[in-house]
Ligand binder design. Structure first.
Ligand code: AMP
Ligand code: MG
Length: 411
């Protein structure tokens, strides 16, 4: 007799359950700021200085005191008392003079504005006329206007990207404490799988297919900051699966597999994980991507993704990504969503929440890939994101829908 079908659970419920099982990694390492792209900061960073350090000029021109200018005749020619290139030290401004100044150079004490050189005229004797008087404070960048000494510039849990790396450098940090990379063991299951490069297309046996999941899953993991041990393809045999899992559990934070998580006789993941640890098979009410397995093998987490390439890709995006972000201590694990108009009809929605492969068009709307089957990886490659469509929700052309761009998701 068949076991009763487990009830479908919502994605939100499954995600909350999954995240509830994650304790962020305690391992912290120090990396060069150059190498910090994509890593999660482990401790707050506080600025030990003002940025900019002094008031400085944002123009090439002359530093002056507005009161001097007002006291003089409109066509007065002023002597130039000092020259201040960027990187040099300024002397206090002598009354009744201008100081030649360049972009980034410190404003001399006593000066309260910069006149840009285009608004001046240099006479043959070297004196300078100011053709247009600046306002007080003009073209001066104030000390600390970017960062004040004592500011928390970067917070623990922030995922670092090029802008944060530059900001860290601007407060003098050559190294940053980041959470260690999650160590992930990846393997694919399925006797039908053949590695590209081992058999040419014309020599593929009936029933054989190339292993595509391995390629995108490895890249997705690496983009999310993981160190991947790629254990290749595990044959559809119980013993081989147990052996692979046992090996993978040592020295890894997560074992990620694709395929073999349905409940057919050739799906060996479930009994193998259960033999070594614990496993829950979740039926999640999403399309594509219904079967999903979570368990533990030793101290490692286990996640089993469905074998269908699109299901694998989508479940990675909506479940594994937040899981890995939390594992690295990221403060935010939410999936970014924007509202955009659908430029298509979706008249027969599924009872499950659907993730439709779509692409932004030049008219500011979303086009739908015509074949939404979970085996059609072209839909993912053609598309540039997903529409997150609620259960049973029909879409008419022009409706606003929730769009999740790959660019945000996979960055
Ligand atoms: P399974 O979940 O093992 O029943 O696999 C579901 C479907 O996905 C089958 O059609 C498999 O051939 C296919 N599949 C499983 N693993 C992969 C893979 N690594 N690359 C491409 N297709 C796969
Ligand atoms: Mg299989």
């Amino acid at each position: 007799m068949n076991a009763p079908r487990p009830a479908l659970r919502t994605l939100d419920d499954a995600l909350a359950d999954l995240l509830g099982r994650v304790v962020p990694l305690a391992r912290v390492e120090t990396v060069s700021t150059f190498e910090a792209d994509g890593r999660v900061l482990a401790q707050d960073r506080v600025s030990g200085l003002q940025v900019p350090p002094q008031d400085n000029s944002s123009m090439d021109g002359y530093a002056l005191r507005c009161a001097d200018l007002q006291a003089g005749a409109p066509d007065a020619a002023w002597p130039v008392s000092q020259r201040i290139p960027a990187g040099s030290e300024a002397q206090p401004l002598q009354g009744g003079t201008l100081a030649r100044i360049f972009t980034g150079a410190p404003v001399p004490a006593g000066a309260d504005a910069i006149v840009m050189q285009e608004d001046t005229e240099t006479l043959s004797d070297g004196t300078v006329r100011v053709l247009r008087a600046p306002q007080a404070g003009q073209w001066i960048r104030r000390s600390g206007e970017d960062v004040a000494r004592g500011d928390v510039v970067l917070r623990a849990g922030q995922r670092l990207s090029p802008a944060q790396m530059g900001l860290a450098a601007s407060i003098g940090l050559a190294e940053l404490p980041v959470v260690a990379r999650p160590r992930v063991a990846l393997f694919s299951t399925g006797d039908e799988l053949v590695m590209p490069g081992t058999v040419p297309p014309q020599a593929m046996k009936p029933g054989a297919i190339y292993n595509s999941n391995r390629f995108f899953l490895r890249a997705l993991l690496q983009r999310l900051g993981c160190e991947v041990s790629d254990l290749g393809i595990v044959p559809d045999r119980r013993e081989a699966t147990v052996q692979a899992l046992r090996e993978a559990s040592a020295g890894h934070d997560l074992i990620l597999t694709s395929g073999g998580v349905s409940v057919g006789e050739e799906d060996h993941i479930k009994p193998a994980v259960q033999a070594l640890g614990s496993l829950d098979l979740w039926q999640i009410a999403i399309k594509p991507g219904k079967p999903f397995a979570y368990g533990r093998v030793g101290s490692a987490h286990f996640i089993g993704l469905p074998g269908n390439p699109v299901s694998s890709f989508v479940t990675f995006a909506v479940l594994v990504r937040p899981f890995l972000l939390k594992l690295q201590g990221a403060a935010s694990t939410t999936t970014p969503v924007t509202r955009m108009p659908a430029h298509f009809d979706w008249a027969r929605p599924d009872k499950r929440r659907e993730f439709l492969r779509v692409r932004r068009n030049a008219q500011g709307g979303l086009d739908l890939f015509p074949n939404q089957s979970s085996g059609v990886l072209t839909s993912v490659a053609w598309g540039d994101g997903l529409v997150d469509n609620p259960p049973g929700h029909a879409i008419a052309r022009g409706d606003a829908v929730s769009f999740i761009p790959w660019s945000d998701l996979l960055a």
